[in-house]
Design a protein around this ligand. Structure first.
Ligand code: ADP
Ligand code: ZN
Length: 435
């Protein structure tokens, strides 16, 4: 039996959800047209009037917004209400370039925190839980979002923020944290750090983790689950639509339910902009149905995923998205071959390595170079050259099978690759520096 924060809406029939969405979109488009000149111009250029949008089926008539629009309109150009009605600003992490800012009214914050509360309860959270929030607090949305969600559920909230691993471990153990919220790369690091200090997975009281804000593989999930002795849940979101909690995993763990009463999702062909049918892989596009401060319509996330409406055993009816295994931006083209960092992570963990790695791409004599630095785990460590070479050769072959191209593998001593406390930097593409 699943645990819901807002059962009625989370398990509403398709018809009920559509009714809510249709009512909200008509109002929202009219509001944006009247209050956001930047978007009104885009609609005018496309020849779309607010009255052309009568239901969510008409959303496809609206123009897209991209991160470039957000950068162009920075800081106030997409504001949906008077600044005096807003109570907070957050900013993106700047993973792919200049940061953009988003504005929130109190109602926006309440809805966002409710979405996070849904995620916490879907991971089994109740008011008896101690939630350790180890996402960064501040401009980044991770800390505040899960913190607010934990309050709404009534959990005892430990606002740790990211970093200071010794203190994280001390409070996790002393205060019996039961749910951990942070990036998956930091969760893996905490697991590793606990083991180093002699703790076994069963020594902590954690039962679940809610991890997101960066791509992570199923292999990474298993590594974290084993090292912390928990069930690891995925959570997704982006500053532009509020933050974490746009979608979240339930116990079935076959994708993340999108909070459809607040966000309308489409998947499009990133080249043509054409809306793709359910079950097809493409770029995720969000329309916020009720945001006041920063009401983006048809925002292109660059995240690649698949939507599915297959019935879920948890009882929730909201559409599910697959784990985005990287942004269209993350794809590297190396010697003409498309490579995603997530494919590399999957191979490394499958071959028994730790999730501590870095990918370096460069260009020498007009040819791309492709190097992967991977740590031995302490058990694998060997200083015999023949052992190291044999392992590097085997990993190169496994990568070649997966990617169709062979990287140069460098096995390095444990603890030599920098650990991340927030979003991990997996790729250093030096080619961009020369362009
Ligand atoms: P930035 O875009 O600068 O990183 P944000 O902090 O707003 O700023 O991050 C949002 C992005 O993080 C999403 O668009 C997506 O690419 C990534 N992301 C968030 N949650 C997940 C997740 N669970 N799995 C994969 N990627 C995620
Ligand atoms: Zn479900």
């Amino acid at each position: 039996m699943s645990n819901y924060y807002q059962k009625e809406i989370e398990t509403a029939s398709r018809e009920e959800i559509l009714k809510i969405q249709n009512e909200k979109i008509v109002k929202q488009v009219r509001h944006v047209y009247d209050n956001v000149p930047y978007y009104r111009n885009l609609m005018d250029q496309k020849g779309v009037k607010p009255e052309d949008i009568q239901s969510v089926d008409d959303i496809k008539k609206l123009p897209f917004l991209s991160k470039d629009d957000l950068r162009e309109a920075y800081p106030y150009g997409l504001l949906g209400t008077d600044l005096k009605n807003c109570v907070r600003i957050h900013s993106t992490s700047g993973t792919t370039g200049k940061r953009v800012v988003a504005f929130y009214t109190q109602k926006d914050i309440d809805i966002w925190e409710e979405c996070c509360a849904r995620a916490i309860m879907a991971a089994g959270g109740t008011n008896e839980d101690v939630v350790q929030v180890a996402y960064g607090y501040g401009l980044f949305t991770g800390g505040s979002g899960l913190h607010g969600g934990a309050h709404k559920v009534g959990c005892l909230t430990l606002p740790m923020s990211s970093g200071n691993t010794d203190r994280q471990i001390q409070f996790m153990m002393d205060l019996n944290a039961t749910i951990l919220c942070c990036t998956p790369s930091y969760a893996a690091y905490l697991g590793e750090s606990l083991a180093e200090r002699g703790y076994k997975p069963e020594d902590n009281k954690l039962k679940a983790g809610i991890f997101g804000a960066e791509p992570w593989t199923e292999e990474m999930r298993r590594t974290i689950e084993k090292s912390l002795g928990i069930k690891a849940y995925d959570i997704y979101g982006l500053t532009e639509t509020s933050g974490p909690g746009v979608s979240f995993e339930c116990e079935e763990q076959t994708g993340m339910h999108i909070n459809e009463d607040h966000f309308y999702a489409e998947v499009i062909d990133p080249k043509t902009g054409e809306v793709l049918p359910e079950g097809t892989k493409g770029e995720l596009v969000f329309t916020s149905l009720d945001k006041e401060g920063f009401p983006l319509l048809r925002y292109r996330t660059k995240d690649i995923c698949i939507l599915t409406r297959k019935k879920c055993s948890c009882g929730r009816t909201h559409v599910k998205m697959t784990k985005p295994m990287g942004r269209s931006d993350d794809m590297m083209i190396i010697r003409g071959v498309n490579v995603f960092p997530s494919q590399i992570e999957a191979v490394l963990l499958k071959e028994g390595y730790t999730p501590n790695y870095q990918i370096i791409v460069d260009r020498k004599n007009n040819t791309d170079t492709f190097d992967i630095y991977v740590e031995f785990s302490p058990e694998q460590f060997s200083d015999k050259i023949a052992d190291v070479q044999a392992r590097e050769g085997a990993l190169n072959a496994a990568m070649r099978t997966m990617l169709g191209i062979g990287p140069k593998i460098h096995l390095v001593a444990p603890k030599t690759i920098t650990r991340s406390e927030g979003k991990a930097v997996r790729v250093v593409d030096k080619r961009k520096l020369h362009d």
